[in-house]
Design a binder for this molecule. Sequence first.
Ligand SMILES: Nc1nc2c(ncn2[C@@H]2O[C@H](COP(=O)(O)OP(=O)(O)OP(=O)(O)O)[C@@H](O)[C@H]2O)c(=O)[nH]1
Ligand SMILES: [Mg+2]
Length: 332
Amino acid sequence: MTHKRRHELTVDEFVEGIRGGNRNILSRAITMVESSRPDHELTAHAILDRCLATRRRSIRLGITGAPGAGKSTFIESLGLKIVQEGLRVAVLAIDPSSVRSGGSILGDKARMEKLSVEPAVFIRPTASSGYLGGTSPRTHETILLCEAAGYDVIIVETVGVGQSEIVVNSMVDFILLLMLPGSGDELQGIKRGIMEIADAVAITKADGDRSGIAQVSRADFEAGLRLIPEKHPGWERKVMLTSALEGAGITEVWHNIVEFSETMRENGTWDEQRKQQLRLLLYTIAEDRLKREFFNRPAVAAIRDSVEQKVLSGSISPFSGALALLEAFRAQ
Ligand SMILES: Nc1nc2c(ncn2[C@@H]2O[C@H](COP(=O)(O)OP(=O)(O)OP(=O)(O)O)[C@@H](O)[C@H]2O)c(=O)[nH]1
Ligand SMILES: [Mg+2]
């Protein structure tokens, strides 16, 4: 796709712009990646293939926690800290609740006001309609684009409400779980799955009246983590007290992340994890494509309703029904 249409950029212009750190062009490339238009998809893949060569050694950071846990505020503080270290930061918010609540995407950007004006920072709120369906590979592609654009740390914010953090686990190097200070009773309500994928826990809003209870929460979490098998052998998951408002604990968290990246790079876990993620992505995309092709095939679409009816009425088994659909798929 090298011809121009309206103000569309050529692949060369995209790649040059991204490599040159042009945030506007990066943004437009991400829009291509997120688009479901076939011509955009072609452009996106041409850009991505060329960008793979120029990616830098990045840290991909997933930040998850319940709604209102303080994720955006925390990311702003952490992001500013990272910028002070002379590094460039990209923030991707793939919060599925922003679609539901309709407004919090803009709210997020406003909440990261100080971070968003930093020249070394790129913030991309991502509306995630159909999130579990197709956005996960796309978020990974967005991460690759950000790396080609020279961002050293890519932060992915996601609400820990179910599957989203599992998806995020398949595309980042380090997962930080943010938890509000609370009693042991509330701790019982945390899904074990979320605890299992965390590389560290930060208790948020550990300030003012909450300081005391935050200490208690820390002890509870440390005890809880001891009951869960370790995620990476040789890495002890820390529970840290933080306050984004007072700037407390932010440096400690950053040091923990850096220590993780050094330790895991040295022992090979880092590269191994990234390879596993690429493998998973390869097959996820292949399966998605195959599924789409299957259901879009006219011969399948033509008999789908009647096969479904027969299964629902009990005249054929789901097994025979599925085989009938497969046969129609193969025959065409
Ligand atoms: N006291 C105190 N309040 C905080 C702190 N961090 C965030 N808050 C407040 O907590 C509320 C929620 O913060 P957000 O950063 O928007 O939380 P979030 O997890 O991103 O929320 P969603 O994206 O809506 O799930 C806001 O009113 C913040 O001002 C903190 O360190 N201390
Ligand atoms: Mg938020």
